[in-house]
Every structure is written in structure tokens, then in C-alpha cells.
Design a protein around this ligand. Structure first.
Ligand SMILES: *Cc1c(COP(=O)(O)O)cnc(C)c1O
Length: 359
């Protein structure tokens, strides 16, 4: 039994400082232990006991009636939408949201229309939301309003609880439900210093990703009312998402949800330190992170994000271009404060060499 339940499986010496995503996190020693001991069944036949436990624990934690374990948050989001929106109904989502930008291909399966709404810091403009919902009386019906908390592309920003309450009120009054893409729900809860349930309370369904900062190797859980979850479970089968001895993965998911949620503040502290370090470099414009994502605007350096990413990679720092002149840096449990300082120093060295230099 590992003594430190959140101990890193140490990356090999000399490995890069990998800030591309919190999805790169490896399972913890406790997860491997739980996997070895997991009680298993056939989840496509009569149920896997460990998957059932994960579904029940997550639903209980978030104050919902039931849960369904999915192979990915993408599939959980799609099933949530298909369970609650009919063909030719509308799903509203903030224009930079993961559901709108990265998952809209699901419309080809669902026949649901995805409509984007503008808005800052990951929050859709409530005036535009009001207009869109008012059309419910005369035009195609909006069935689902999607929120994302924390918001990935906005740089890990957190929606305030009062905003979520307002959106839920508007949606419900128009006869629509609220689905939360909570891929990083526990990062948002950590920032707000509230139990995750306080966020989930404003949503009808919530999808949580277990394989981001929570470090499980795979999987997501969707929670909501029992009747909706029964539909989602049937949709999971239709989408090819039923797995067999899936307790292998769910066992790691249980460690993720029970243990790993408690340490996300460390990732937020690393992100804050990275941001502070990078803000010392005058040519960069750097976001002030609320959670574990830092956005770096490289326009002032005369070099595009792709060029920056290549120069950083040569020096052992991995980041993701996030648009023409923006880089996304994500902290996670394999990134310590020393790594953050080293990464900031490497950014500074590249900035000093100037455009077109370095190699
Ligand atoms: C990663 C992510 C997803 C998709 O999660 P997968 O488990 O990789 O399918 C959905 N929404 C947001 C906001 C994400 O960051």
C-alpha cells in the first residue's frame, strides 16, 4: 500500500516538462492497487459492481439520483444532450465551449442543432441567452443549455454560482434543462471553495471527467435524475460505449473522485506561480489563472504560437498552441514548483533571443 495516496509515479529523469494538458497525468500507485483488487462483473450484461459503486458515489457526491459511467466525457456530454433534446431541437452553448468547438460532430448522430452564444470568460451573455430562449415560443425549441465550469478555452475560468443560478432560472422558465460540462468541475469547486454539489445544484445533468487532473487513466461519469440516466445508459449502448469488466477502469475512477479531488489546489498554486514568472517577460501577455490553466499571448514577441511551441520543445518544455498567437499551459500533479520556475526561465531565454533566433 502506498503511503502517500497522491504520490506521483515519477516521470523518468530528463523527461520534458509537459504542460500540454492535465490529461497526461498517469495513474497513482493507489489506483494500481485498487485496480488489482477491483470486484469485476460484465457491465454490458448484468453490471459491473465497481462501475456501479463509482456511479453511486459520484451521484451522491453531486446530489443527484443516479450516475452512468462513460468511456469519455465527450460521450457523456453527447448522451446527456441526446437524452434531453430531440431531433431538430436546439442546444445552446458558449461559443468557445468544448461542446460547441470540439464535440459538435455529435450533431450528425443526434439531429440536434448546436447554437453558439457569445460571452466573456466562458460565460455566455445573459442578454443573448434571453433572446435565444424567447424564440422557444415561435421557432425551433431550445431543449438544453450547456455550461462549462471550469472553462477550458477561456483559460480555466470559473463561472460564479450566482451566474449559474441565473442561467438555470432562465433555462427552466423557458422549458429547457441545464447540462454542465464539468470536465474540470472539481477545479472549479476548489477555486470557489465550495463542495462540488453547490455547483451541480444549478444543473440538471453534470458530466465529470476522471482523466484530467484527477489522474485516472480514462473515463467520465454523467449524473442526473434516474429517468434521464436510464435514457443515457441506453444511449451509451447505442454509441458503442458499453464495456465489459470495466471495473478495471472504474476502480481508478473511484480513487480519482475520492482522493484526487483534494489536491487540485496544488495545481492551481503551480499555475499561479507559472503566470507570475511569465509576467516578468515584458513581450508576453499572460493570463491570471483561477485554476490550472495559463494562457500566454505571444503576439508581442513577433513570433507565432507554433514557433514558440517548437522553440520551447527544443528546450524540453511542451505546451499547446491555442490559436495563432496563444499558448495553453496546464499544470497537473507531475509538475512541481521547480518545474514551473524552470519553464518560466526557458520562456525568458527564448524571449531574449528575439524573433527568428534560437535553435
Ligand atoms: C477534456 C474535455 C472534454 C472531453 O473529455 P474526454 O474525456 O477527453 O472526452 C470535455 N469538455 C471539456 C471542457 C474538456 O476539457
Amino acid at each position: 500500500m502506498a503511503t502517500d495516496p497522491t504520490a506521483a509515479c515519477a516521470p523518468a529523469a530528463g523527461e520534458a516538462i509537459d504542460l500540454r494538458s492535465d490529461t497526461v497525468t498517469a495513474p497513482t500507485p493507489d489506483m494500481y492497487e485498487a485496480i488489482a483488487r477491483a470486484r469485476l462483473g460484465d457491465d454490458g450484461l448484468d453490471g459491473d459492481p465497481t462501475a456501479r459503486e463509482l456511479e453511486d458515489v459520484t451521484a451522491g457526491l453531486l446530489g443527484k439520483q443516479a450516475g452512468v459511467y462513460f468511456p469519455s466525457a465527450t460521450m457523456a456530454n453527447l448522451a446527456a444532450i441526446m437524452a434531453q433534446a430531440g431531433r431538430q431541437e436546439i442546444v445552446l452553448a458558449q461559443e468557445d465551449s468544448h461542446i460547441y468547438c470540439a464535440e459538435r460532430g455529435g450533431a450528425g448522430l443526434s439531429g440536434v442543432f448546436y447554437a453558439p452564444l457569445p460571452g466573456n470568460d466562458g460565460a455566455m451573455d445573459t442578454g443573448r441567452l434571453h433572446e435565444a430562449l424567447a424564440a422557444n415560443r415561435s421557432k425551433l425549441r431550445t431543449a438544453v443549455v450547456c455550461l462549462e465550469n471550469s472553462h477550458n478555452s477561456a483559460g480555466g475560468t470559473v463561472l460564479p454560482l450566482a451566474y449559474m443560478e441565473q442561467v438555470a432560472g432562465m433555462a427552466h422558465q423557458a422549458g429547457a434543462v441545464v447540462h454542465l460540462d464539468g470536465a474540470r468541475l472539481f477545479n472549479a469547486a476548489t477555486y470557489l471553495q465550495v463542495p462540488a454539489k453547490a455547483i451541480a445544484d444549478h444543473c440538471d445533468t453534470v458530466a465529470v471527467c476522471l482523466s484530467k487532473g484527477l489522474s485516472a487513466p480514462m473515463g467520465a461519469v454523467l449524473v442526473g435524475e434516474s429517468a434521464t440516466m436510464a435514457k443515457a445508459r441506453a444511449l451509451r449502448r447505442a454509441l458503442g460505449g458499453n464495456q465489459r469488466q470495466v471495473g478495471i477502469a472504474a476502480a481508478a475512477g473511484l480513487v480519482a473522485i475520492r482522493v484526487m479531488t483534494a489536491r487540485l489546489g496544488e495545481d492551481h498554486a503551480s499555475a499561479a506561480r507559472l503566470s507570475a514568472g511569465l509576467r516578468q517577460i515584458p513581450a508576453l501577455r499572460v493570463s491570471m489563472p483561477q485554476t490550472n490553466i495559463v494562457l500566454v499571448d505571444t503576439a508581442g514577441t513577433g513570433q507565432a504560437a507554433q514557433a514558440w511551441a517548437a522553440l520551447l520543445r527544443q528546450r524540453g518544455v511542451l505546451v499547446r498552441p491555442w490559436g495563432q498567437s496563444s499558448l495553453r499551459c496546464v499544470t497537473h500533479r507531475h509538475i512541481g514548483l521547480a518545474d514551473v520556475d524552470k519553464a518560466a526561465a526557458i520562456f525568458a531565454r527564448i524571449a531574449m533571443t528575439g524573433p527568428g533566433q534560437g535553435g
